[in-house]
Write a new protein. Structure first.
Ligand code: ZN
Length: 273
């Protein structure tokens, strides 16, 4: 008898955000062990979903697919899925819906109730090379392919200018999401966001409640960005660095001390642009 629940964690552990699936799978494994639920849940980790995974759905009562998505709203989406074909999907060979569809066709019955947990993972990360190419067909703007970690700039701007625009635009998008997420957690209205480019300051908060974040934080890992966001949001409550301030930060970012050190480390290796 196979365990009633199957969890597919999809992703490549050595490819930046794609590691979210396998990472979560590792944590889940520990948790199941602690709770004594190992025989209830089978964890399957793979780079991508393939036809073969249809076999893993046999005899299950429930299936969960974990993945990292490039355009997923932060921090994650969770939804039920049904068999479907023709879904555009570039990350992996088969989207979960297509696996269900193959199951339906080959088994001749409905697949078990299935859900997708898609963790938002669209971000640049220090240490991961990003291929930058000039796309001569592209008239304006840019395209970020976070799966292949490549950035396609247009040929009508100076490369430095185009790159700066692309990075700042991605920064605005990501920081805006993180700020909204943590503001809600803290129970305050979403503060106005401004990008700054000071060489020595990562964030600031003015007395009107506006928050400025240095666009160069885009080069840093998400937990470090989140720490800076939590820090500035903390100043909405405490305009100082008192123990009271740090306790506010800790409610949003319990590991703030570690992140603060990481920020200092990463700051030493920020590209010059
Ligand atoms: Zn501060």
């Amino acid at each position: 008898m196979s365990p009633p629940v199957v969890v597919f964690a999809v992703g490549n552990p050595s490819r930046g955000d794609d590691a979210i699936g396998p990472e979560l799978c590792g944590r889940l494994e520990k948790w199941l062990k602690n709770e004594g639920l190992e025989d209830q849940v089978e964890l399957i980790e793979d780079f991508q979903l393939q036809i073969e995974h249809v076999l893993d759905l046999q005899g299950r009562q429930l299936a969960l697919f974990i993945d990292a998505g490039e355009n997923t709203p932060a921090p994650y989406t969770f939804k039920q899925i049904t068999p479907a074909t023709g879904i555009a999907h570039t990350t992996h060979e088969l989207p979960p819906q297509a696996v269900l569809q193959v199951y339906l066709q080959t088994e001749g019955c409905e697949p078990p109730p299935s859900f997708v947990l898609c963790v938002s993972g669209d971000k640049f990360e220090l240490g991961e090379p990003l291929t930058v190419t000039i796309d001569t067909q592209r008239q304006r703007g840019y395209h970020l392919d976070s799966v292949n970690r490549s950035l396609h700039l247009n040929a009508h701007q100076l490369p430095e200018v185009a790159l700066l625009h692309a990075l700042q635009s991605e920064a605005r998008k990501l920081f805006g999401q993180r700020l909204a997420y943590y503001a809600e957690m803290m129970g305050v209205p979403n503060p106005p966001l401004r990008l700054s480019s000071a060489r020595t300051r990562w964030g600031s908060c003015n007395h009107r409640g506006g928050i400025a974040l240095n666009w160069r934080l885009i080069y840093m890992p998400l937990p470090v960005i989140d720490y800076v966001v939590a820090h500035e949001l903390g100043h909405l409550k405490e305009m100082n660095h008192s123990p009271r301030f740090w306790s506010v930060v800790a409610t949003l970012c319990p590991e703030w001390q570690v992140r603060r050190q990481e920020l200092k480390q990463h700051a030493l290796h920020i590209p010059v642009l």
